[in-house]
Ligand binder design. Structure first.
Ligand code: ADP
Ligand code: MG
Length: 420
């Protein structure tokens, strides 16, 4: 700022006041000077403030960017975690679950909301002292790779899972918990078992066919000799009872050998277009002829008004019906009614004609149900365990399928579906 000129009215003051005037002028100059300096300082301050403001804005911008970046990375990681097909969970140091991804929800049948904050053992159904688990990793730091164990789902179903565990560390290397990654292996196990069973079956079939042929001939011999022996014995001879036993035993062995052969023999179908209801009726009527077998059981029919035609090898398919009827009777020692129902299934991908054989017998428990179609599996003292496998084989050769529904103590329904 420039020196302001001394104003007119100050110079016009009387001479006596010269000293005063000078002092006044001096102080005026000083005042001006001070003002100038203040103004300068103010300007500098303003500039400094401006610079600071710019810096602050810059810092703010960087912060915002870094937050956005952090958000993006965290979203990205979260999306990956949620999209993974494997289950992932994280345990805090207190053994409580802090993270549970979507696959974990699906595998365990428990929701994130339900499990976060809860103890690991409550959710993943494992004892606190289990040797190899996420809990041990949490306690000792030891990690586990590709182990397997059972897991009970929220709905009570048991699963077979594969799992790996490891410690969770932050960027400074401090442990903050344990990570467990797991997968549902139930389907893999089931397929493994199925492949195993098929290998066994193939080997078994080969062996059975050979053995059956070998047994047939001597069996025929035994039967004829027993017959001759019986003829030679007097009617009152107690030995006749023993010979009877031999004949019965041979007959039973023959039955087994026959079913073995019919099970192992390759199927050649000789099909015709027929009405399923008629085939069922024919077999049922034949079955009813043996009243002894029926005991206190009646057979009810529910057939549709119009014919349901399918391509069927009648002879072989009647074998299926007889097997199912026999099983039903054998499951109904207390008597009751068997329902034979024929209907069209329009909901399936291809139209099926379905036969349902429903009994009110003892029912089938879970353990038996799994082995139902395994050769030689039987729960009966005089069973062969070949009825259902043979039936299944025949039905599948027709391009159909057979399935079962059962309630223990209430009864069983077998559904045989044939393409129309
Ligand atoms: P088998 O009749 O000679 O035992 P199957 O293959 O016909 O052989 O049947 C296997 C097993 O399946 C039977 O021993 C029985 O335990 C069970 N089963 C089959 N059908 C029924 C049914 N309707 N009710 C209850 N259990 C059944
Ligand atoms: Mg049977």
């Amino acid at each position: 700022m420039d020196h302001a000129p001394v104003p007119e009215h100050v110079l016009e003051v009387g001479k006596a006041d010269t000293q005063l005037e000078e002092a006044f002028a001096d102080s005026y100059v000083l005042f001006n000077e001070t003002t100038r300096r203040y103004m300068e300082a103010y300007k500098q301050l303003e500039e400094q403030f401006e610079r600071l403001n710019v810096k602050l804005e810059e810092a703010n911008k960087q912060l915002r960017q870094s937050l956005e970046e952090k958000d993006r990375v965290s979203n990205y990681l979260n999306n990956i975690l949620e999209s993974m097909s494997g289950g992932v969970l994280v345990l805090g140091m207190d053994g409580r679950i802090t993270l549970f991804n979507q696959a974990a929800e699906e595998i365990t049948g428990r929701s994130q909301d339900e499990v976060v904050g809860r103890l690991y053992e409550e959710v993943m159904g494992i004892d606190g002292d289990d040797e190899k688990s996420a809990l041990r990793t949490l306690a000792t730091g030891e990690s586990f790779n590709n182990l397997e164990r059972e897991l009970r789902r929220g709905d009570g179903r048991a699963l077979h899972i594969g799992f790996s565990t490891s410690q969770a560390r932050d960027k400074d290397g401090r442990v903050f918990g344990t990570i467990e990654a797991f997968n549902d292996l139930t389907e893999v196990k089931r397929l493994e078992a199925q492949v195993q069973r098929m290998h066994t079956l193939a080997a078994l079939g080969e062996m059975a066919a050979t053995v059956a042929h070998e047994i047939r001939n001597p069996l025929g011999g035994i039967a004829s000799f027993a017959n001759l022996l019986e003829r030679d014995l007097d009617v009152g001879d107690p030995s006749r009872r023993l010979v009877r036993k031999i004949t019965e035993g041979v007959a039973r062995l023959n039955r087994i050998v026959s079913s073995l052969l019919s099970y192992t023999r390759p199927l050649n179908l000789n099909t015709h277009e027929v009405d399923l209801s008629s085939v069922v009726e024919e077999a049922t009527a034949f079955f009813e002829l043996d009243l002894d077998r029926l005991g206190d059981v009646s057979i009810e029919r529910h057939f549709p008004g119009q014919p349901l035609s399918c391509e069927v090898d009648t002879e072989q398919f009647q074998q299926v019906i007889l097997n199912l009827l026999l099983n039903a009777i054998q499951a109904m020692r207390g008597g009751g009614a068997i329902h034979m129902e024929v209907f069209a299934d329009e909901d399936a991908e291809i139209p099926y004609a379905v036969l349902c054989v429903r009994d009110t017998g003892i029912g089938i428990d879970e353990e038996v149900r799994e082995k139902l179609f395994t050769p030689f599996f039987t729960t009966k003292e005089d069973g062969t365990g070949l009825g259902l496998v043979t039936s299944k084989k025949i039905v599948e050769a027709h391009g159909g399928n057979i399935r079962v529904e059962s309630t223990l103590g209430e009864g069983t329904s077998f559904f045989v579906a044939l393409p129309r």
